[in-house]
Write a protein that binds this ligand. Sequence first.
Ligand code: ATP
Ligand code: MG
Length: 630
Amino acid sequence: MDTSLDAVKRENALALADPEAYWREAAAALDWSTRHGPVFEPMTDPPFGRWFAGWTTNLAANAIDRNLAKGLGAKVAYYWEGENGDRRTVRYAELAKDMHRWATVFLEAGVRPGDRITIYLPMIPELPAAMLASARIGAVHSVVFAGFSEQALAGRIQDSESRLVVTADGGYRRGKVLPLKEIVDRAVRECPSVTRVVTVRRTGRPVDTSPTRDVWFDTERSVAEVSAVPRAGLDPTFILYTSGTTGRPKGVTHGTGGYMVWVHRTMQRVFGVTADDVFWCAADIGWVTGHSYIVYGPLFVGATSVLYEGAPDHPAPDRWWEIVERYRVSILHTSPTAIRAQMRAGERWANGHDLRSLRLLGSVGEAINPAAWHWYRSNIGGNRCPIVDTWWQTETGATMVSAQSGHAFVPEKAGSATLPLPGVDLRVVRPDGSAAAPGERGLVVIDRPWPGEFLGLWNDPGRFRSVYFERFPGRYTAGDFALIDDDGYVWFLGRADEVLKVAGHRLGTIELENALIGNPSVAESAVVGVPDEVKGELPFAVVVLKPGVTPSAELEADLRRRVRDAIGGMAEPESIRFVRQLPKTRSGKIMRRVVAALVRGGEVGDISTLEDDATVEEIRVAASTFREEL
Ligand code: ATP
Ligand code: MG
């Protein structure tokens, strides 16, 4: 019998065997201005392929005009909710108007195709509209997460040499106002490329304005429609800096045609959005997940989405569940870190709301611990909603490995991202590049170009080659550690450079963390290796407990037993330290390299994307007492 699994594997093989035909067919679902030449051309140099090089299109035309032409002007594009309780329903026709307003402002400022625009806005409807306007006139947007500091913002404006910065008079986060305009004013002092700052009124608080440089964004202004500039397949659409989990953030640059087709295809396959769905990707647009699954993906398929400005736990931990109930959200896509935070707060917050509108759940950003997976499935999904665990990277443009709900369903296994999507030639290899056997841990490589592949790192071709293409010639090195099981399911186990080498075994950080999180008192944990002459490395664990739980000898003994049972005696942590919080990036990922640096007594490196400095101090104390004991 032909199971879903077989159907998916067959389609995957088809896409790899004849990329030209497969992606030509996928591209036919979208609007193009011209279609000259092949869809795919192999190249001898990284990234080893070019997609839609001779084709022209416009992302904003596909996100907006195409839907208006289908009569979807009155359809809701976004249900927007501000953290302070403000609400707005934005229909496709209204989003179009805002897009034309932004495009007019950009053109008035002299922005030409290829110029960069830095967008530093809270999660308000003006943010997707400004991105679309940038794409419409052929400019390149660089969205900077609105939680970033003045230095981080200035560095990104300088790196991209933006001529225009878009911001707001403030944004709400955890009940406080982010002084975005003040941050921009200070940042641009060191950014000579910036000639114009455009500010949106969000809070109404007074801010300084420069008569020569500043303009307000006028939401009432009526403007003529700005026509969409046809862009070639390889013209850049945006620059986006990576999360900085493993080091200094990289300025990933994405193109036009391939990115569009890839995002569109994954949106269909992974989520299978229908006309009745209310889709909520609860990420921030400042990360690639938000670019592809809050802005471009949902708009390409004419979906209705939720856009929420604030923190998940403001004013209380049930804020998200209230939103799901209010807008009858049917698909919720979020991160393991958010799920663990909800587990920590307790299921009573979700239980107090009617979540029966949900039909599908998604997870992205880190490996999801099986304990969190089961919690999510039963408490949020009512044991009724499948979970699509989606693995990908800023560099890949959109999802690469995931269960699917749109085409043929791939049965889940808790903790595995399941199968590669069509067109993804993902493999796990040994350090010498040979193929790992089923079940054998190794490094993740992608052997063939895929349409959503990034064009490069902005202004940094050397780093582009050295990070991704030097380790295994001819292949893309993802930097992750994983195994593929007998069914072809991919299990991501952590970062390649954070692998633990204990007593001759190579283990992913996730493997030990999963064992620790199996204890219901544990909220989250991070495990790193400390060099040891005898064993190679000793696992060092930091653990965050759920509220009201106090550390005890019994608890520690149980945690040690769990690691022994799940992995083996050699993996038992040398030390388990209980802390209040883990160091994380602003995109919510655990920064294990910070823990590792502190326990090894080295430098913490680039922590420009660290969410909270206090977490470092707490780990520093735990690490120094550990080193004294050694
Ligand atoms: P940097 O590259 O600056 O270190 P980063 O890799 O965290 O930062 P992103 O591009 O935001 O930046 O994240 C991609 C990484 O996130 C992947 O390489 C992988 O390690 C992890 N990841 C994302 N989704 C999943 C998932 N579903 N399962 C396991 N890991 C995931
Ligand atoms: Mg990365």
